[in-house]
Ligand binder design. Structure first.
Ligand code: GDP
Ligand code: MG
Length: 176
């Protein structure tokens, strides 16, 4: 009983994907309900912690954002260390970022073991008029690679909370 009371859940989740796909805005939308239209490369903040209630248990998600090092393909192994979940993000209005998603998935496999809960995220789904990657293409890649898939918009908040919380709940189910 005492052990149960002291139980704590802290899950590290990493955001990866090409520069400017909206990683930092997904995090700020989720953690603070904020969106920044002119965000430059992320400065400073390493991670944000968000508490989620799952079946009456407090679970803390420590969500890591890159500091722009993805631009130089220089995301270090320290970034991935201890991660239990990952959101691999592309921009539905830029095909090159979708093509890169495979590379980010490989990178994830290199640095983390296979039990990491992974979700493929097609962000900026508000940009329907300039869409370059169809929903089906996203679904298909996710199916091939065996991960979940969701389209999101950090701008209008579509599916942002849902995407993070699916990952958090799946991690919880794996460890509890
Ligand atoms: P990061 O480099 O992956 O962290 O991307 P940022 O979060 O800095 O976003 C890059 C640019 O895309 C910024 O100008 C954001 O305002 C914009 N952006 C991010 N998410 C969305 C979205 O869901 N919809 C639209 N239309 N723009 C977005
Ligand atoms: Mg960023």
């Amino acid at each position: 009983m005492e052990a149960e009371e002291g139980e704590e859940y802290l899950f590290k989740i990493v955001l990866i994907g090409d520069s400017a796909v909206g990683k930092s805005n997904l995090l700020s939308r989720y953690a603070r309900n904020e969106f920044n239209a002119n965000s430059k490369a992320t400065i400073g903040v390493e991670f944000q912690t968000q508490s989620v209630d799952i079946n009456g248990k407090e679970v803390k998600a420590q969500i890591w954002d890159t500091a722009g090092q993805e631009r130089f393909r220089a995301v270090t192994s320290a970034y991935y260390r201890g991660a239990l979940g990952a959101l691999v993000v592309y921009d539905i209005s830029r095909r090159s970022t979708f093509d890169s998603a495979r590379r980010w998935l490989e990178e994830l496999t290199t640095h983390c073991d296979t039990t990491v809960v992974r979700m493929l995220v097609g962000n900026k789904c508000d940009l329907e008029n300039i869409r370059e990657v169809s929903v089906d293409e996203g679904k298909q890649l996710a199916e091939e690679e065996g991960l979940c898939f969701m389209e999101t918009s950090a701008l209008d908040a579509t599916n942002v909370k849902t995407a993070f919380e699916i990952v958090i709940k799946e991690i919880y189910n794996n460890v509890s």
